[in-house]
Write a protein of this length. Structure first.
Length: 125
Protein backbone atom coordinates (compact mmCIF):
# COMPACT_ATOMS: atom_id res chain seq x y z
CA UNK A 1 0.00 0.00 0.00
CA UNK A 2 2.96 2.32 0.62
CA UNK A 3 3.92 2.12 -3.03
CA UNK A 4 0.40 3.08 -4.11
CA UNK A 5 0.27 6.12 -1.82
CA UNK A 6 3.90 6.99 -2.65
CA UNK A 7 3.07 7.27 -6.33
CA UNK A 8 0.35 9.81 -5.52
CA UNK A 9 2.76 11.77 -3.33
CA UNK A 10 5.04 12.04 -6.37
CA UNK A 11 1.98 12.98 -8.43
CA UNK A 12 3.72 14.73 -11.31
CA UNK A 13 7.36 13.90 -10.57
CA UNK A 14 8.73 12.59 -13.85
CA UNK A 15 12.35 12.65 -12.67
CA UNK A 16 14.23 10.02 -10.76
CA UNK A 17 13.79 6.26 -10.73
CA UNK A 18 11.18 3.71 -9.65
CA UNK A 19 12.18 0.16 -8.85
CA UNK A 20 10.35 -2.74 -10.47
CA UNK A 21 8.53 -3.64 -7.25
CA UNK A 22 7.31 -0.07 -6.78
CA UNK A 23 5.92 0.04 -10.32
CA UNK A 24 4.20 -3.35 -10.30
CA UNK A 25 2.65 -2.93 -6.84
CA UNK A 26 1.26 0.45 -7.87
CA UNK A 27 -0.15 -1.15 -11.02
CA UNK A 28 -1.67 -4.01 -9.03
CA UNK A 29 -3.38 -1.69 -6.54
CA UNK A 30 -4.51 0.58 -9.39
CA UNK A 31 -6.30 -2.24 -11.22
CA UNK A 32 -7.78 -3.73 -8.04
CA UNK A 33 -9.12 -0.34 -6.94
CA UNK A 34 -10.49 0.35 -10.41
CA UNK A 35 -12.25 -3.05 -10.51
CA UNK A 36 -13.78 -2.54 -7.06
CA UNK A 37 -15.01 0.95 -7.99
CA UNK A 38 -16.41 -0.33 -11.30
CA UNK A 39 -18.24 -3.03 -9.35
CA UNK A 40 -19.64 -0.40 -6.98
CA UNK A 41 -20.71 1.68 -9.97
CA UNK A 42 -22.61 -1.29 -11.32
CA UNK A 43 -24.01 -2.36 -7.96
CA UNK A 44 -25.20 1.08 -6.87
CA UNK A 45 -26.22 2.24 -10.32
CA UNK A 46 -23.87 5.20 -10.15
CA UNK A 47 -21.94 6.25 -13.20
CA UNK A 48 -18.53 7.80 -13.02
CA UNK A 49 -16.93 6.63 -9.77
CA UNK A 50 -14.47 4.33 -11.54
CA UNK A 51 -13.92 6.80 -14.37
CA UNK A 52 -13.19 9.62 -11.89
CA UNK A 53 -10.60 7.40 -10.21
CA UNK A 54 -9.12 6.51 -13.60
CA UNK A 55 -8.73 10.14 -14.67
CA UNK A 56 -7.44 11.13 -11.23
CA UNK A 57 -4.80 8.38 -11.50
CA UNK A 58 -3.72 9.02 -15.07
CA UNK A 59 -0.89 11.47 -14.33
CA UNK A 60 0.56 9.38 -11.45
CA UNK A 61 0.41 6.31 -13.71
CA UNK A 62 2.35 8.08 -16.46
CA UNK A 63 4.86 9.49 -13.98
CA UNK A 64 5.61 6.16 -12.30
CA UNK A 65 5.95 4.51 -15.71
CA UNK A 66 8.38 7.25 -16.71
CA UNK A 67 10.42 6.72 -13.54
CA UNK A 68 10.38 2.95 -14.14
CA UNK A 69 11.76 3.49 -17.64
CA UNK A 70 14.43 5.75 -16.15
CA UNK A 71 15.41 2.86 -13.88
CA UNK A 72 16.37 0.75 -16.89
CA UNK A 73 18.16 3.64 -18.61
CA UNK A 74 15.40 4.60 -21.05
CA UNK A 75 13.68 7.92 -21.56
CA UNK A 76 10.09 8.33 -20.38
CA UNK A 77 9.15 9.14 -23.95
CA UNK A 78 9.31 5.40 -24.66
CA UNK A 79 5.74 5.27 -23.33
CA UNK A 80 4.68 6.62 -26.70
CA UNK A 81 5.70 3.32 -28.30
CA UNK A 82 2.26 2.01 -27.31
CA UNK A 83 0.90 4.02 -30.24
CA UNK A 84 2.22 1.26 -32.51
CA UNK A 85 -0.49 -1.37 -32.86
CA UNK A 86 0.16 -4.82 -31.35
CA UNK A 87 3.95 -4.65 -31.03
CA UNK A 88 4.20 -1.32 -29.14
CA UNK A 89 2.55 -2.47 -25.88
CA UNK A 90 4.57 -5.69 -25.97
CA UNK A 91 7.84 -3.78 -26.27
CA UNK A 92 6.85 -1.49 -23.38
CA UNK A 93 5.90 -4.50 -21.26
CA UNK A 94 9.31 -6.06 -21.89
CA UNK A 95 10.99 -2.80 -20.84
CA UNK A 96 8.91 -2.60 -17.66
CA UNK A 97 9.81 -6.18 -16.68
CA UNK A 98 13.58 -5.69 -17.11
CA UNK A 99 15.77 -5.54 -14.03
CA UNK A 100 17.18 -2.23 -12.83
CA UNK A 101 20.28 -0.89 -14.47
CA UNK A 102 23.17 0.33 -12.34
CA UNK A 103 23.79 4.03 -11.82
CA UNK A 104 22.79 5.92 -14.95
CA UNK A 105 21.97 9.42 -16.19
CA UNK A 106 18.71 9.41 -14.21
CA UNK A 107 20.38 8.87 -10.84
CA UNK A 108 21.96 6.25 -8.61
CA UNK A 109 20.33 2.92 -7.85
CA UNK A 110 17.81 3.24 -5.03
CA UNK A 111 18.43 0.37 -2.69
CA UNK A 112 16.74 -0.38 0.58
CA UNK A 113 18.31 1.21 3.61
CA UNK A 114 19.32 -1.13 6.39
CA UNK A 115 16.26 -0.07 8.42
CA UNK A 116 13.89 -0.66 5.51
CA UNK A 117 15.48 -4.03 4.79
CA UNK A 118 15.12 -5.18 8.41
CA UNK A 119 11.52 -3.91 8.53
CA UNK A 120 10.77 -5.80 5.32
CA UNK A 121 12.28 -8.99 6.75
CA UNK A 122 10.27 -8.67 9.96
CA UNK A 123 7.03 -8.10 8.02
CA UNK A 124 7.59 -11.13 5.79
CA UNK A 125 7.93 -13.54 8.74
Amino acid sequence: MDYFIGAYRKYADFSGRARRKEYWLFTLFFYITFAVLAGLDELLGIFGLAMAFFFFSLVPYFSITCRRLHDIGRSGWWQLITILPFIGPIILLVFLVLDSEGDNAYGPVRSLSRYQFLRHLAASK
